[in-house]
Design a protein around this ligand. Structure first.
Ligand code: OGA
Ligand code: MN
Length: 223
């Protein structure tokens, strides 16, 4: 039984095929997708509860992390991050959901997505992440980026938007308000983006689907 079937059998998490299809159609047409309420409410609540209970020492200054995690490290950012493993109920359900999304996108768009990694991020008031790409052409196996926002009651003048650009010297496409449950998906090599400073604490999960680049010289395990 594949991840998608497993997910659909998972009582309480609903069937996300509508949102998966909307993401697939958007990515196919324009390379990005913005979906409010993408993740089942109970998964979202579990992630939020976990985040609330996490002590500050579980977050590392961004840029300090495990191998592969920072293929691009010369950009200016001031957030703190904590990798999500499958070792908490909320983390496991999130990874189950992203595995189902991965399988859906592979079937629908033949993207050949092979693995997924993600972390919580915390931006304290004033923190930012300057304009960057999550992957450079030919230099990374990150193919598709996702960002899930975990900020209940975000107000328009709280700031902290994600600004998405198109192309190297591209125009700003749009700004996304980091509201609870909004999921942004975009092709990692095609959309420079930045996180604008916020007036309050800003929480998100940032994740990347990767393709397998196993070669004779270098083994590339899925995690
Ligand atoms: C990142 C990132 C965007 C956001 O972590 O690479 O671009 O809106 N995050 O938090
Ligand atoms: Mn990014």
């Amino acid at each position: 039984m594949g991840a998608l079937e497993r997910f659909e059998d998972d009582r309480g998490e609903g069937n996300s095929s509508h949102v998966f299809e909307a993401i697939a159609a958007d990515v196919w047409e324009k390379g990005y997708s913005i979906q409010p309420n993408a993740v089942p409410t109970d998964v979202l609540d579990a992630l939020w509860q976990q985040l609330r209970s996490m002590p500050a020492h579980e977050f590392d200054p961004a840029g300090v992390g495990r191998q592969h995690a920072h293929a691009i490290n010369s950009f200016v950012r001031s957030d703190a991050t904590s990798w999500i493993e499958g070792d908490t109920p909320a983390g496991a359900r999130w990874l189950n959901w992203t595995a189902a999304l991965q399988q859906y996108l592979n079937r629908r768009l033949f993207l050949g997505l092979f693995s997924f990694e993600s972390h919580f991020s915390h931006y304290a008031p004033g923190d930012f992440y300057k304009k960057h790409l999550d992957a450079f052409k030919g230099q990374s196996n990150r193919v598709l980026s996702v960002v899930l926002y975990l900020n209940p009651d975000w107000m328009p003048d709280d700031g902290g938007e994600l600004a998405l650009y198109h192309g190297e010297r591209g125009q700003q496409l749009l700004k996304v308000t980091p509201s609870m449950g909004t999921l942004v998906t975009f092709l990692s090599e095609d959309f420079p983006h930045e996180v604008l400073p916020a007036k309050r604490d800003r929480y998100a999960i940032a994740g990347w689907f990767r393709v397998n680049t196993t070669s004779a010289e270098r083994a590339d395990p899925p995690d």
